[in-house]
Design a protein around this ligand. Sequence first.
Ligand code: DGJ
Length: 367
Amino acid sequence: MMLAALAGCFAAHFSEAAQAPKRLPNGGIWPDVDGVHINAHGGGLLKEGGRWYWFGEHKIAGGAGNKAWVGVSCYSSDDLRTWKREGVAFAVSKDEASPVAEGCVLERPKVVKAATGKFVMYAHLEYKGRGYGAAATLVAVSDAVTGPYSLVSAGRMDAATWPREIAAGDRTDATLRDYTRIPQPWGGFAKLWGSHFGEGQMSRDQTLFRDDDGATYHIFASEDNSTLHIAKLTDDCLAHSGEWTRLAHGDWTEAPAVLKRDGWYYLIGSGCTGWRPNDARYYRARSIWGPWERMGNPARGVNPANGLGPEKTWGAQSTFIFETDDGTAYALFDIWKPSNAIDGRYVCLPIDVSDDHTISITWRDEF
Ligand code: DGJ
């Protein structure tokens, strides 16, 4: 009798364990349902129809993999751990004249659902063979969440529009000249927004953020990476509305990711050291339009696989923040492998939000 009860208990426990989705090792291989390491770097998540969708850069092997030869991958999951590859959501073009020709740079794609019911993708785009100078924004749209997404526009945005903090009476050529250049920590000068007023503002590392009033914002490293911009999108999400602001001026912040909790906005980012990891930082504000207050490094603990702690953000760089139905906010990070881009790894950790409106993120071996 006793033995039978024990056996039953064991069987129940065993089948529960068999059904529970496998935890993913932070910094390790994250196999999809076919056993292949997930290929969705610099990515972002969207929940649609009760299912999660993960969009990210599809990389190939070797150093060449840092360029876009395939496009943007999409994966889907019910539990955030069991991921099915849905294929290529946005494909780069075989047409050499296309702004998204194979071999361009297409980084940090993010997707939102617009008020129109369509799905809209934003990404950082650099034209093939032209380094990182274009600092352009790619916008693509699809009727279905998994794609295919088709190109809406590729280029600079916010041409001849003013940051909202510049009062109407100050919108003069003299003001533009005040915002021309800034010394770079590594020598030389970077161009500020006044230098790009006519052609539109630079946009490199980027994310999208949907506020709880339904407004959507594009947040990106601009002004030669010296400063972040926040631009409100139009209701169809296909363009910037013309309302934008600057934050973290002169802080050289990349990899922005945004969380809102109890009326406070938190923006996590990294320093500006290419593919090499550096120390994370975060900002907080009571309004998306600021003022944004620079806080410290939210990272805590050490990644035992590489011995790196907060000073290098465990070897990782932020890419996106999402919230699950139980109210937990998670930050997704990349561990870049620039010499074999396809081998880039992921880290996903819960964000602790304190009553005093500070945040911290502590290393855990598994997601
Ligand atoms: C750091 C950025 O965060 C990445 O997305 C990528 O643009 C690399 N720089 C390129 O060096």
